[in-house]
Design a protein. Structure first.
Length: 430
């Protein structure tokens, strides 16, 4: 495959954290570059010195790295191009394409149509006379965004600009600047905005908006990547769960949708649950162990792995996995939920009697999942009840809830000594 001339960039401003919309833009640019064998570049637009910070730059880079997005050349800082920005503004002034205004330099918007074939929306057209002449260099000789971004994209050889459609109004101004500077404008593509479930622009009122927050909420990077890619892009058909390689292979501008995308946390957690189920215990252990440590639980690796194996298919986040593992390994974390309390309240005497009967047979059983299930089903037959009537009180006593892995597996994970102690405590308190 010959070298691709395609060069795309992600250009965040380090005045805040890496937000969901920015991360989605970065991902789509990265996917396109990888799909065509092009180059993905990263530029930190730090010209707002008062609001820019090294801390935000670090968090942005960490967020991209967590998502698995690598860049191909040295990181570019927009502030380093100040002299070049000033020289271009001065050149436009000297050529009569700009004029002085109160110490600032203002670009003359040319009359006539300014149109482009948008890679997402198709043809978009503005009239130059409808647009005001724009300041490109302030009176303190610092550049305005529209000049700096054009200057840097020319300097970096950017061929395609894929960004949010809130930038559509900037595009005719930038195209006019490209032409005035004698440069070929890149291909522009504007992706839809991301809205909350209420149809309004995604903001903090909808919950977390920074990518780092989702990492701390127990979302896996592969799930976040998959979810972000589908916010405004469709690979075709009903395909949802994809590897990174599949997304690279399937990506196209044609698949980018024009309408706004909806950020659905329930969908993200469902998708994360699918990735958790498919992940190996070895992959999950390094994520779960630190969360257990912050809870003050220090169990041995074998016990943690056994518990992760039991609960990961019924979990939505790594926090959920850690919580369930903690419950299985330490009785301090067992707390009756509302459904369990209701279940007990239906027949308190029956709950206690069932646990008593289970204790009488469990003390002497071989502690393997097969033997445990056989003995408890045998007990249910002897008592003339459905197996669930024996299983559910045990589940509630061991976990505090009404949903878990099969009870024989649960007993095996908790271990004989721990399980018997929990059952005895539940009988005493019933």
């Amino acid at each position: 495959m010959p070298p691709s001339p395609v060069r795309v960039r992600f250009a965040p401003s380090p005045t805040g954290y890496l937000h969901v919309g920015g991360a989605r833009t970065a991902l789509l640019n990265w996917l396109y570059a990888r799909h065509v064998g092009g180059t993905f570049l990263l530029r930190i637009e730090d010209t707002d010195k008062e609001r820019s910070s090294e801390e935000h730059t670090r968090v942005i880079l960490e967020g991209l790295t967590w998502l698995g997005l690598d860049w191909d050349e040295e990181l570019v800082f927009q502030g380093a191009g100040l002299k070049r920005h000033q020289e271009l503004a001065d050149r436009l002034l000297a050529e009569g394409k700009a004029y002085s205004d109160g110490g600032a330099i203002r670009f003359r918007m040319p009359p006539g149509e300014i149109a482009w074939e948008d890679a997402v929306h198709g043809r978009i057209s503005f009239q130059g006379e409808d647009l005001k002449d724009l300041v490109i260099l302030r009176s303190d000789r610092t550049p305005i965004y529209n000049l700096a971004v054009v200057a840097d994209d020319i300097h970096m050889g950017i061929t395609h600009v894929l960004r949010g459609d809130d930038h559509i109004s900037n595009t005719p101004k930038q195209i006019a600047l490209y032409r005035a500077l004698g440069a070929q404008p890149p291909v522009f593509g504007h992706v839809p905005m991301i809205n909350g479930p209420d149809g309004k622009k995604l903001s903090k009122r909808h919950g977390a908006t920074a990518v780092g927050d989702y990492q701390h909420l127990g979302i896996l990077p592969a799930a976040m990547r998959n979810f972000l890619a589908l916010l405004g892009w469709s690979p075709g058909g009903d395909r949802e769960l994809m590897t990174l390689e599949e997304m690279v292979q399937l990506f196209s501008f044609e698949g980018v949708q024009k309408k706004s995308a909806i950020f659905d946390m329930t969908k993200l957690e469902w998708m994360n649950g699918q990735y958790l189920s498919a992940a190996s215990v070895e992959e999950l252990y390094p994520l779960i162990a630190p969360q257990l440590a912050t809870r003050g639980l220090n169990a041995d690796r074998g016990a943690i792995i056994k518990a992760i194996t039991a609960v990961k298919t019924r979990s939505r986040t790594t926090l959920d996995v850690a919580r369930q593992v903690a419950v299985r390994l330490d009785p301090r974390y067992v707390e009756l939920d509302d459904k369990a309390k209701q279940e007990i309240a239906k027949d308190p005497a029956g709950y206690k009697a069932s646990l008593d009967a289970s204790l009488s047979v469990l003390r002497d059983v071989d502690w393997t999942p097969t033997a445990l299930e056989h003995r408890l089903r045998e007990l249910a037959e002897q008592r003339g009840v459905a197996a669930g009537k024996v299983f559910q009180p045990i589940r509630i006593a061991l976990t505090g809830g009404t949903v878990s892995e099969p009870v024989n597996e649960l007993l095996s994970v908790v271990g004989k000594e721990g399980a018997l102690k929990r059952l005895e405590a539940a009988v005493r308190s019933a």
